[in-house]
Ligand binder design. Structure first.
Ligand code: HEC
Length: 149
C-alpha cells in the first residue's frame, strides 16, 4: 500500500466518520454522567421528603444535629448564622408555593441555595455528602416535630 492510497478519499471519509462518532459518543457520556442529580421538581421533593420523614427516627435526628454541624449554625441564641429551627414544622409549609413542609425541608438541606430564607446569607453548604439517607430521614423527622407553641 503506498502513501497515496492511505489518504484516498474513502479512507479519509471513514477516518473522519470514526472521529465524529467517537466525539458524539464522548459528549453523550459526559452529559449523562453530569446528570446524577437531575433537576428536581417540587413534586419530587414533596414525595421524597414524605418518604424520608416516614422512615425517620426523630429522637436520633435530634442527636445528629450537633455531630452533623447543623447546630453550629442553627441555634436559638443570639448570633445564629442560620434561622433557629423553632416552629419550623409549621413554617416550612408556608414558605414556598408548591412545596409541602417535607419537600421544603428536603430541598433546604440538599440544595440550600435554591431558596434563601429571608434575612439570612446563602452560606449553608449542601450537606447530603455527610448524611446517609437514614440520617437525613432522622433529621427531617425531628424537624417535623418542631411545632410552634
Ligand atoms: C454554615 C452554616 C450552616 C450549617 C452548617 C447548616 N446550615 Fe442550614 N442554613 C444556614 C443558613 C444561613 C440558612 C438560611 C439561608 C438559606 O435559606 O440557605 C439555612 C437554612 C436552613 C433551612 C431552611 C430554614 C428555614 O427556617 O426555612 C433548613 C431546614 C436547614 N438550614 C437545615 C440544616 C440542617 C439539617 C443542617 C445540618 C445537616 C444545616 N442546616 C447546616 C446555615 C447553615
Amino acid at each position: 500500500m503506498n502513501r497515496k492510497s492511505l489518504l484516498s478519499p474513502p479512507v479519509m471519509f471513514v477516518f473522519i466518520m470514526l472521529i465524529a462518532i467517537s466525539l458524539v459518543f464522548m459528549i453523550v457520556l459526559i452529559t449523562a454522567s453530569t446528570e446524577v442529580n437531575p433537576e428536581m421538581t417540587p413534586e419530587n421533593y414533596n414525595q421524597r421528603g414524605a418518604q424520608l420523614v416516614a422512615m425517620g427516627d426523630a429522637v436520633n435526628g435530634e442527636a445528629l444535629l450537633a455531630p452533623k454541624t447543623c447546630a453550629t449554625c442553627h441555634h436559638s441564641g443570639v448570633g445564629s448564622v442560620g434561622p433557629a429551627f423553632d416552629g419550623i414544622a409549621d413554617i416550612a409549609a408556608t414558605l414556598r408555593p408548591g412545596f409541602t413542609a417535607e419537600g421544603y425541608l428536603l430541598q433546604s438541606i440538599l440544595d440550600p441555595g435554591a431558596y434563601i430564607y429571608e434575612g439570612y446569607q446563602n452560606v449553608m453548604p449542601a450537606l447530603n455528602s455527610i448524611l446517609s439517607d437514614q440520617e437525613l430521614a432522622d433529621i427531617m423527622a425531628y424537624l417535623m416535630t418542631l411545632h410552634a407553641q
